[in-house]
Design a protein. Structure first.
Length: 574
C-alpha cells in the first residue's frame, strides 16, 4: 500500500511538472489565423482547406474565440455568452471540429482565444447567464459570480462577488475569479476545449483583467501543451511580473506575448531607432526568452492605421524569425508577403533556431542593426537597414527591402529552392490605362462607401482633406465588392502610401502604394493589375511616350536592361 501511494504521488508530481507555460527549446512557429472582421476570409472551412500548405511552415495556429456570442455574423467573439456552444461568425461547431481534426492530423496544433476575464449575458438583463451541461453536469454563473465593482452595479443590478482582482472591462461582466463557482465553470470550459473539441492550447485574452495566479491555477488543472497571455504592456517588468505571477509550486504556467519588443520594433523600423532592439524585452532575456511569443503585429495593433512599419514589414518579420522566442506571424503579413515569410521560416528551421537559442551578437548603429543567433544546426546573421558585417563563413539565404539574412555554410538551404512567387490573378475588370496612377481595394461587405487617402513626404494625391476622395465600385470578386481609386491631378510622381476608409471611421493601415495594386480587405497586396499584353522586342527606342517599370515607377531618360511597360505593353530591353 505504501508503494502504491508513493507511485501515485510520483505520477501526480510528474503531471504537475508537465504544465510549465511553454515547451523548452521549442522550435515551432505560430500563425495568427485571422484579422479583425475576417469572417469570410478565415471561416473554419476556408482555414481547413489550407492545412496542407500551412502545416509545412507552422506548428501552431491561433484562431478566434469560437464560443457562441449571441450572433453568428459580424462578431469576433470577445464577449462570449456561451462556453460549451461553439457556433460563431466563423462557422458551425461541426465545421470547427472538422478543422481542428484536420489540423491535428497534419501536426498543426490549434490555439483557442480564451476569454474568461468577462462574459456577456443572454439578453438585455446584464446578469442573465445560460445554464449549460457538460459531461452530465450543469454549469451556470449568477450575480454572485460577478465582481461587486462591475458596471452592472451602476445600472440597476446587484453583483455580489468579491472586488475585481485586475483591471475592469466595461463591455461585459467581470468575473470574480476568487469564487469557487467561477473556477468550477472555467475548469470545465478549458477541459471541454482540450479534451472534447481538440484544441492544443490557449491564448488568454486581456489577462490584466484578473490576477495572474488564476491562469496558473487553471493551467495546472487543465494541462494545456501551450499557453500564452495577452499582457498588453510595453513595460517589460509588468509582463515578467505577470509571467511569474502564474507560478504554481514555483513553476511558471504560461508564456506571454512580447509586447515590449513589439514597440521596439515599431521604433526601429519606422523611425530608424535601431538601438531600441537592444532594450529590455522577453526575447532578449535569457530568463524569459523561453516564454516570449514574439510578433510584429496582430488583429488589434495592425488595424485602423495603427501599424507604422510601412515598407519594413518583411524586414520586421525577418527579425522575429531570427530571434529566440516563438515567433507568431500575423495572417495579413503572411498573405501579403507569403514567399518571403516562407523562406524566412525555412531558414530558421534549417539553422535550428528555437525559443532559447543564444544571441551571439546584437549591435545597433545609426543606419542599421546586426543580429547573430546560434541554432542547433548552424548560425544566422541578419543585417537590417544599411548595416554591414563580415560575412566570411556565411552564405546569403535571402534578402529583401532593408534586410539580408545569412546562414553559416553548413546550413542546408535547399528547401528554399522550392519556394516560388504566388499566382494570384487580379480580376479582369481591374484595368489600368497607359500612364494611369490607380489602385484597387476589395472592401469588407459591411462597407457601403470607400474613400482613398494617398500621399508621400511632399504631396497629397487625394485633395489634402481627410478622408480623401471617393473610390468607384467597379465589380465583385469572390463575393466582395471591388473599388478603384484613380488619380486625376497633375503630379508626375507616384504616392508612397495609401489608406482606404469608409464613412463609419473604419480604415486600413497605412499601406505601401503599388501602382495598379490590388489590396484585399486586410490591406494585403495580392497582385498588380496592368492590363498589359506581354510581347518581346529586342530594344525600345527612346520616345516621348511614358515608360514605366513593372512596379509602376516612371522612368526618366533611357531605360536600362530589363522589362518595362510602354503604351500598355511589356517590352524587354537588352
Amino acid at each position: 500500500m505504501k508503494r502504491l501511494f508513493s507511485l501515485l504521488i510520483s505520477v501526480v508530481a510528474s503531471l504537475s511538472m508537465m504544465a510549465q507555460g511553454w515547451p523548452a527549446q521549442y522550435d515551432g512557429v505560430m500563425l495568427q489565423g485571422f484579422y479583425w472582421d475576417s469572417y469570410s476570409d478565415t471561416n473554419w472551412n476556408k482555414l481547413a482547406s489550407q492545412a496542407d500548405e500551412l502545416s509545412q511552415f507552422f506548428e501552431l495556429i491561433w484562431v478566434p474565440n469560437s464560443a457562441y456570442a449571441n450572433s453568428t455574423s459580424n462578431n469576433m467573439g470577445y464577449h462570449p455568452v456561451y462556453w460549451f456552444n461553439h457556433r460563431s461568425a466563423f462557422g458551425t461547431e461541426a465545421q470547427l471540429r472538422d478543422m481542428i481534426n484536420i489540423f491535428n492530423q497534419k501536426g498543426l496544433g490549434v490555439i483557442e482565444d480564451v476569454v474568461i476575464n468577462h462574459r456577456a449575458s443572454v439578453n438585455s438583463n446584464w446578469l442573465n447567464f445560460p445554464a449549460e451541461t457538460y459531461n452530465g453536469e450543469t454549469y451556470q454563473l449568477t450575480a454572485a459570480d460577478i465582481c461587486n465593482n462591475d458596471e452592472a452595479k451602476d445600472n440597476g443590478y446587484n453583483p455580489t462577488g468579491a472586488a475585481d482582482t485586475g483591471e475592469g472591462w466595461g463591455g461585459a461582466r467581470d468575473l470574480d475569479h476568487t469564487g469557487e463557482n467561477v473556477q468550477k465553470n472555467v475548469n470545465a470550459y478549458l477541459d471541454f476545449l482540450l479534451h472534447d473539441l481538440g484544441y492544443k492550447g490557449f491564448r488568454y485574452d486581456f489577462v490584466k483583467g484578473y490576477a495572474a495566479k488564476y491562469v496558473g491555477q487553471y493551467n495546472k488543472t487543465a494541462q494545456p501543451e501551450f499557453s500564452v497571455g495577452e499582457c498588453w504592456d510595453g513595460n517589460k517588468t509588468v509582463v515578467t511580473n505577470w509571467i511569474n505571477g502564474t507560478k504554481q509550486d514555483g513553476v511558471i504556467q504560461s508564456a506571454a506575448f512580447d509586447f515590449p519588443l513589439k514597440y521596439y520594433i515599431n521604433d526601429a523600423f519606422s523611425q530608424g531607432k535601431w538601438s531600441r532592439l537592444n532594450d529590455g524585452c522577453l526575447a532578449n532575456d535569457n530568463n524569459y526568452k523561453r516564454y516570449a511569443v514574439t510578433f510584429v503585429d496582430n488583429h488589434d495593433t495592425g488595424r485602423f492605421g495603427e501599424c507604422p512599419l510601412y515598407a519594413n514589414v518583411e524586414a520586421a518579420n525577418a527579425f522575429i524569425l531570427t530571434m529566440p522566442g516563438t515567433p507568431c506571424v500575423w495572417l495579413s503579413h503572411w498573405k501579403a508577403y507569403k514567399t518571403t515569410i516562407k523562406k524566412l521560416i525555412l531558414t530558421r528551421k534549417a539553422a535550428g533556431i528555437h525559443n532559447q537559442s543564444a544571441i551571439l551578437t546584437k549591435s545597433a548603429s545609426t543606419n542599421g542593426y546586426i543580429l547573430n543567433v546560434e541554432g542547433s544546426k548552424g548560425k544566422l546573421l541578419l543585417l537590417l537597414g544599411e548595416a554591414t558585417a563580415d560575412t566570411n563563413g556565411y552564405k546569403l539565404a535571402l534578402e529583401g527591402t532593408n534586410f539580408k539574412l545569412y546562414a553559416t555554410e553548413n546550413v542546408d538551404l535547399s528547401a528554399l529552392e522550392d519556394i516560388h512567387e504566388g499566382s494570384f490573378v487580379v480580376p479582369s475588370f481591374c484595368t489600368v490605362s497607359d500612364g494611369e496612377v490607380c489602385a484597387f481595394f476589395e472592401a469588407p461587405n459591411s462597407w457601403s462607401t470607400v474613400k482613398c487617402w494617398a500621399w508621400d513626404a511632399t504631396n497629397n494625391y487625394t485633395g489634402g482633406e481627410w478622408p480623401g476622395v471617393a473610390c468607384t465600385k467597379i465589380g465583385t470578386y469572390n463575393g466582395k465588392k471591388v473599388w478603384k481609386w484613380s488619380y486625376s491631378g497633375s503630379l508626375t510622381t507616384l504616392p508612397q502610401f495609401i489608406i482606404f476608409n469608409n464613412a463609419n471611421g473604419q480604415q486600413t493601415a497605412d499601406l505601401n502604394f503599388k501602382n495598379g495594386g490590388y489590396y484585399d480587405e486586410a490591406g494585403s497586396l495580392q497582385g498588380v493589375a496592368t492590363g498589359i499584353e506581354p510581347i518581346n522586342t529586342k530594344h525600345i527606342q527612346p520616345t516621348t511616350t511614358a515608360i514605366y517599370t513593372l512596379s509602376g515607377q516612371r522612368v526618366i531618360g533611357n531605360p536600362r536592361q530589363g522589362i518595362y511597360i510602354v503604351n500598355g505593353k511589356k517590352y524587354v530591353v537588352r
